[in-house]
Design a protein around this ligand. Structure first.
Ligand SMILES: [Zn+2]
Ligand SMILES: [Zn+2]
Length: 532
């Protein structure tokens, strides 16, 4: 991004945050703002490190080094940080105790801290977005489990923050008294930079506030938090004439009312979710500052929903699920992923901390894959997919029995997955054993029996019998799934499930998909596998 412009903008913002009579705004220490980028670590303060090392929260295994960095970021206040440590330790000893020795702390204190920004320090290099999100969701888990720690709410923290703040997340939420971010995320002073307005919309003032946190305070995560049964959204959905300044708010919510999720039965819920997505998109696309930070990977924006009944915060944007993709769209994703794999251009998507926490409450995988146990054929690797993407059933020789079919039914019926891939592979050991025949020990005869129909089908055909059997087994297994009553066959007949066969080439890494046969071809063709 244009750093000069950014610096000028930030200086203006900084000026805006200074009360009258404060000193002339200065970018911290006149530093090269590169000090703000990943790699330029803070925590050089020798006093801060021991305090951080003794930090009580480490004992909880919560955000280990992040908490250390955070404490270090608070700068040359090692003594105060030590006080904070003691407090945290005592909170640990008495979980659930509302340790708030400074309840009378003026609400404006944290907000006023920019005026005292310590120019001897570089702008803090904020906690990574993934870690920040994990910290929020962990705090919310404590809140919903009634095991709050009420961190960072004591006199020591107050003093430690007097010289500056380094909040780890920006929260854009509703003014609604039931949704206070510090409470629902179990955080304290200096943790969250909060913009609240009825209906959690953003206007220029809101964007300016986010810019200040992202550019000057180094915060890497913005969460747009909508909530159930929001009064502002309800009023916007109902429409009609409203007095005073309310029409301004209703206008800001109109795009969400228009774009509300039709699939959602409840129009208020649908508009609230659309508003979260639209607001998150507006923050991500806000040029020049926020859009540039997002493009540079220095800022992440997520949308979330707060459930008034359970207290749970759920990530809704970007959607953690593949819900809504039909079988052919899902197939396209697998084809693209395999192309990346076979050309050594993998993206290794959705394998980060954010994805993990997004999936903690549920899954909606892109595809079901039935494939061989062979260690050379791991589906997530071959299709370049990540957590929550594939529902995988693996057994030697990729055959289907009742337990395998039941697993597939679960994903197709309950998780809404629309694609099943039966994936065989070249030179399969199980298929080779079935072709050779002969007496085998233990449970192996059961597997050989399951493969016999494929051997019988392939034997009259010229060519490599192992390859022919492998292809026939794919075809027979795919047919078995398509015609499995009542669940899978029912979904196939309604056009809600696509079952395709595929062959993995050990030499090239390429997966070749076979066309789904038309229903009449199921009976007409025996070995209708695609040529290659
Ligand atoms: Zn609300
Ligand atoms: Zn195999």
């Amino acid at each position: 991004m244009n750093r000069r412009l950014a610096i000028a903008a930030a200086a203006l913002l900084l000026a805006a945050f200074r009360p009258a009579g404060a000193q002339v705004p200065v970018w911290p220490g006149g530093h090269d703002p590169a000090g703000h980028r990943p790699g330029a670590r803070r925590g050089d303060d020798p006093h801060a490190v021991p305090a951080a090392a003794a930090h009580g929260e480490q004992a909880h295994g919560l955000a280990e080094h992040g908490q250390v960095e955070h404490a270090a970021a608070l700068g040359a206040h090692g003594d105060h940080a030590a006080t904070d440590t003691e407090h945290t330790a005592s909170a640990h000893a008495t979980p659930g105790h509302a340790a708030s020795p400074a309840p009378g702390a003026p609400a404006g204190t944290a907000h006023a801290t920019p005026a005292h920004d310590n120019t001897a320090h570089a702008a803090p290099d904020g906690i990574a977005a993934d870690e920040a999100l994990a910290r929020l969701l962990e705090g919310n888990a404590r809140f919903t489990a009634a095991s709050q720690r009420h961190p960072h709410q004591d006199a020591g923290r107050l003093s430690a923050l007097a010289g500056g703040q380094a909040p780890f997340a920006v929260i854009i939420s509703c003014s609604d008294s039931r949704v206070p971010p510090e409470v629902v995320f179990d955080q304290g002073l200096g943790d969250l930079f909060v913009v609240r307005v009825a209906g959690n919309v953003v206007d220029d003032l809101g964007l300016a506030s986010i810019e200040y946190a992202a550019e000057h305070l180094g915060t890497k995560l913005v969460m747009v938090l909508g909530h159930e049964r929001c009064g502002a959204v309800t009023a916007a959905v109902q429409g009609g004439h409203l007095p005073g300044h309310l029409p301004t708010l209703m206008e800001a919510l109109q795009p969400a009312v228009s774009a509300r999720h039709e699939a959602h039965g409840d129009p208020v819920e649908g508009a609230m979710l659309a508003n979260v997505e639209l607001t998150a998109a507006r923050v991500r696309g806000s040029a020049p500052i926020l859009a540039d930070l997002v493009a540079a990977g220095e800022l992440k924006v997520v949308g979330a929903r707060y459930d008034l009944d359970t207290g749970v915060v759920e990530i809704v944007d970007p959607a953690p699920h593949h819900a809504g993709l039909d079988g052919h769209q899902a197939l396209d994703r697998l084809v693209e992923g395999n192309r990346r794999f076979a050309s050594a251009g993998q993206a290794w998507p959705r394998q980060d901390q954010t994805r993990r926490v997004q999936l903690a409450t549920g899954q909606a995988p892109l595809a079901i894959v039935l494939c061989c146990s062979d260690s050379r054929v791991p589906p997530e690797v071959l299709f370049d997919q990540g957590l929550g993407d594939l529902f995988v059933v693996r057994v030697a020789g990729n055959v289907a029995d009742d337990a395998r079919i039941a697993s597939i039914e679960y994903a197709a019926e309950h998780l809404g997955t629309r694609l099943v891939v039966v994936l065989g592979h070249e030179r399969c050991g199980a298929v080779t054993a079935a072709v050779k025949g002969g007496q085998l020990p233990g449970h192996l005869p059961a597997l050989m029996d399951a493969l016999q129909p494929a051997v019988a089908l392939a034997r009259p055909v010229h060519g490599d019998l192992v390859e022919g059997t492998m292809l026939a087994n794919i075809e027979l297994t795919a047919k078995q799934l398509r015609t499995s009553r009542p669940i899978l066959a029912g979904l196939v007949e309604k056009g809600e499930l696509l079952v395709v066969g595929a062959r993995y080439d050990l030499d090239t890494g390429v997966v070749e998909f076979f066309d789904e046969p038309a229903p009449q071809a199921l009976h007409a063709s025996n070995g209708g596998h695609g040529a290659h």
